[in-house]
Write a protein that binds this ligand. Structure first.
Ligand code: ATP
Length: 327
């Protein structure tokens, strides 16, 4: 690939803390290297709507600490059709954009892969999703911050749960990935954790809760990932209550507050490293790759590989440990 002059950068899919830090890093790296940068608002939708803005160093001042994304994000149905993508391509070429940096999750990567193949435009992707569910990187942007947000919430719930001897079911994000649930659950001292990756029968959960009840605990917290197979926190709470009438049960759905907030230092540094790497990889002639981090080294993985390997990053010993530490 030769002659990149203007890089287009966008965020797409669900927002995640650290996206702004990544935009800042990519914009400044590109400018430092003599490239122009065009921000694309609302992800793929902005390509179709010609929603572009020329960016300079000051465009990204004072954003490293902000959650969300200054470039906005969207889910774009039109981009799923060849006609929509053709329109998007014509628009970005008319704006002089000759390479793209996409920050998002697996849907965003799928779109980037097909778009780059169809129209030959180089694309480098950055994993930005709180779910931490992409192959080829140990961590995705936003995951660390979201997990810390959940831990803060669990700590607060623990205070009230302990005061009233209550059993709390706390539902956290994770339709297909239990990373937040497992790690926040361990860090928050949860008595049980229900994950999308592992079916837990209500009876087995009740056995665990019996142990907690018999060991005179003043509070019990069960973390429920939204994608777990029993049907969500309210359903599980009802089922448990039907068996353990003595428990005063409560449900808290943490919801979208998990997406917001100032990124952690970990996410800011990761975002900066990945934004920097994305620009350098484009200039090195790479395309259709995801930059990631593995063992504290920045790596690149072909998008096809990042998308095809649905590896579960949950370590078995951690699940075993949850039970051991709940006695
Ligand atoms: P998150 O993991 O946070 O949900 P995501 O990037 O997976 O983020 P999606 O909504 O799945 O979020 O995808 C973002 C956008 O990518 C979609 O709205 C669509 O515009 C585009 N996209 C997804 N799948 C395809 C596809 N098969 N072909 C073309 N574009 C796609």
């Amino acid at each position: 690939m030769q002659g990149i002059n203007k890089v287009g950068i966008f965020t797409s899919g669900g927002d995640a803390p650290g996206m702004n830090a990544c935009i800042r890093s990519a914009v400044r790296t590109a400018l430092h290297d003599g490239l122009s940068v065009m921000g694309i608002y609302h992800g793929y939708q902005g390509m179709i709507d010609r929603n572009f803005v020329e960016m300079n160093s000051r465009s990204v001042s004072n954003i490293i600490q902000l959650g969300g994304t200054i470039l906005k994000t969207a889910r774009c149905q039109d981009f799923q059709s060849p006609e929509g993508r053709k329109q998007a391509y014509e628009n970005i070429r008319a704006a002089g954009i000759d390479a793209l940096i996409a920050i998002g999750g697996d849907g965003t990567f799928t779109g980037a892969e097909v778009f780059s193949r169809e129209h030959g435009i180089p694309v480098v992707c950055v994993p930005g999703t709180i779910d931490n569910d992409l192959y080829g990187t140990d961590f995705t942007l936003g995951y660390d911050t979201a997990t810390n947000t959940v831990i803060e919430a669990i700590d607060k719930i623990r205070d009230t749960a302990a005061s009233h001897d209550r059993l709390f079911f706390v539902e956290v994000m994770g339709r297909d990935s239990g990373c937040i649930a497992l790690n926040a659950g361990i860090a928050g001292g949860a008595e049980a954790i229900l994950l999308p990756e592992k079916e837990t029968a209500i009876e087995a959960l009740c056995d665990q809760l019996s142990l907690a009840a018999n060991s005179n605990k003043s509070s019990t917290i069960v973390i429920v990932a939204e994608g777990e197979k029993n049907g969500g926190a309210y359903h599980v709470a009802r089922e448990v209550k039907a068996r353990f009438d003595f428990y005063d049960t409560k449900v808290t759905i943490l919801g979208h507050l998990q997406r917001g907030g100032s990124p952690s230092s970990f996410d800011r540094v990761l975002a900066s490293r990945l934004g920097f790497a994305a620009v350098r990889q484009l200039q090195a002639g790479e395309t259709r790759i995801m930059v990631g981090i593995q063992g504290n080294k920045i790596t690149s993985t072909p998008l096809t590989e990042a998308l095809s390997n649905k590896t579960v990053k949950l370590e078995k010993d951690m699940l075993e440990m949850v039970k051991v530490l709940a006695i």
